[in-house]
Design a protein around this ligand. Structure first.
Ligand SMILES: NC(=O)c1ccc[n+]([C@@H]2O[C@H](COP(=O)([O-])OP(=O)(O)OC[C@H]3O[C@@H](n4cnc5c(N)ncnc54)[C@H](OP(=O)(O)O)[C@@H]3O)[C@@H](O)[C@H]2O)c1
Length: 318
């Protein structure tokens, strides 16, 4: 695609186009869920501009293969760290390993995720989607915050989804203990929590040079759909009003890379981006565009922070 300028970025913009002219040498970025899909591409793109990248996920073999392919394609330093976001002990161990090796971090992309899985629990008893997508990243980010603050200027990217429109945080029944489990409501609330996490991170850290962004990547065929059945694809098609536009992985990861690096976002944060732009607030239940106001509500963001600290059993140094 011929690029005419950063202001023309849109749904078809790729990671490499976003990074044109940007030098990331001397910067260290950690990307979760980097063993495939959008995370692997996000890490590759950042590395291609000179960032040292730390790839985090569960599957060692897949991580090593992605790391090797990035080393072959770039001159960047590439490390891996085993991370199970469904285990608080596992997250503490992974964060400890990162902090032992790195004084400072400049980019944290909270990208790992699971979608619409059958009802299950994390090691610590949390509903899996809320536990992995939100609480796992909440703890990881809190533990890594001192290194991000030492980075001087740093960005946190919370990879959310348009799926946040399917549910606000279910304050009275977070883990579906009162009502029957609904895999899409569970995904929706976890993705709303990702946006609220960015809002509260920005409030707490923005004044100290660490800015946080929530991102909707678009709709990209990846392994994320591994739990989906035929009727789920129908459900998504119906929700999109028959106008489902698929992106490539490089287009899908572009908004994360944009949030992590765009000079025009300097000094901003606590916003939700899609197609490499800050999205409008949109509460029209018929519309799939933009971000619901409940996901940007500062009071809900503060409430979620407190609740999350209670659930992970730790006050975070943020
Ligand atoms: N693809 C889309 O259309 C789309 C749309 C909207 C939002 N998103 C969001 O984009 C992000 C990336 O999705 P994707 O499409 O790239 O999916 P994907 O290909 O399934 O990749 C998901 C990544 O998350 C990791 N992961 C899953 N469970 C984990 C756990 N318990 N602990 C640690 N890592 C875990 C996986 O690694 P291992 O299994 O190897 O550990 C994998 O690297 C997700 O947050 C998703 O919600 C995607």
């Amino acid at each position: 695609m011929a690029q005419t300028g950063r202001r023309d970025f849109g749904p078809e913009t790729t990671t490499d186009e976003v990074l044109e002219g940007i030098d990331l040498s001397g910067r260290t970025a950690l990307v979760t869920g980097a063993s495939g899909g959008l995370g692997a591409e996000t890490a590759r793109a950042l590395a291609s501009r000179g960032a040292r990248v730390i790839l985090a996920a569960r599957d060692r073999e897949k991580l090593d293969a992605v790391a090797e392919s990035i080393r072959r394609a770039t001159a960047a330093e590439v490390e891996t760290v085993a991370l199970e976001l469904g285990s608080l002990a596992g997250i503490r161990a992974a964060a400890g390993r990162v902090l032992e090796r790195h004084q400072a971090l400049h980019v944290l992309v909270n990208n790992a995720g699971v979608m619409a899985c059958p009802e299950s629990r994390t090691e610590d008893g949390f509903e899996l989607q809320f536990g992995v997508n939100h609480l796992g990243h909440f703890l990881l980010t809190g533990l890594l915050a001192p290194a991000l603050l030492r980075g001087g200027s740093a960005r946190i990217v919370c990879v959310s989804s348009r799926g946040h429109q399917q549910s606000p945080v279910r304050w009275d029944d977070l883990f579906f203990e009162k009502e029957p489990y609904d895999k899409w409501a569970a995904y929706g609330q976890s993705k709303t929590a990702n946006v609220l996490h960015a809002v509260e991170l920005e409030r707490r850290l923005g004044g100290r040079g660490v800015h946080a962004f929530a991102v909707h990547p678009g709709v990209i065929p990846t392994d994320l759909s591994r739990h989906m059945e035929r009727e789920d694809f129908e459900h998504i098609r119906r929700r999109s009003g028959g106008q489902l536009r698929l992106k490539t992985v490089a287009q899908g990861a572009a908004t994360s890379v944009y949030a992590a690096t765009a000079p025009e976002l300097e000094g901003r944060g606590g916003v939700y981006l899609e197609d490499c732009h800050v999205a409008e607030v949109n509460d029209d239940p018929e519309s799939r565009e933009g971000v619901r106001s409940y996901a940007l509500d500062p009071a809900a963001a503060a409430r979620l922070w407190e609740l999350s600290e209670e659930l992970v059993g730790q006050r975070l140094p943020v």
